[in-house]
Write a protein that binds this ligand. Sequence first.
Ligand code: CMP
Length: 139
Amino acid sequence: MTGRYTFSMIKPDAVRSNYIGQIISEITEAGFQIRAMKYTSLSTNQARSFYAVHKERPFYNELVEFMCSGPIVALVLENENAIESFRTLIGSTDPSKAEKGTIREKYAESIQNNAVHGSDSDENAEIEGNFFFSQLERF
Ligand code: CMP
């Protein structure tokens, strides 16, 4: 069982395809409360830093370029067992392997352009939420 908060981003592919409304609907219908939300974009340095854990991976530079290719929506979400329940809602990183009915299965384009991000631990949810929001911007 994990804590009550997770961090999510609607990525540039899903924003470009006009899926913000549908994705937020799916998130709130699944019982998540929105505690912070921002329509913004990432600079190259911000994207490099956000994905620093992947810097040795072959896909790192392309991932950074993709994440800077257009606006994103950053979200802090609250629900019981938030990390795990959100990851179940979005499905596998690779949309071709994602369970039917999950957000990535429905809206993602590829393993890289995979529509949404979800934190993988309470610790990362805290770090990632703080990356985008001050305490005053959370409700
Ligand atoms: P995310 O959940 O935001 O965490 C890391 C991101 O790296 C992931 O979603 C994808 O966008 C991307 N990613 C992970 N694995 C690969 C891969 N094999 N090839 C390209 N991009 C990947």
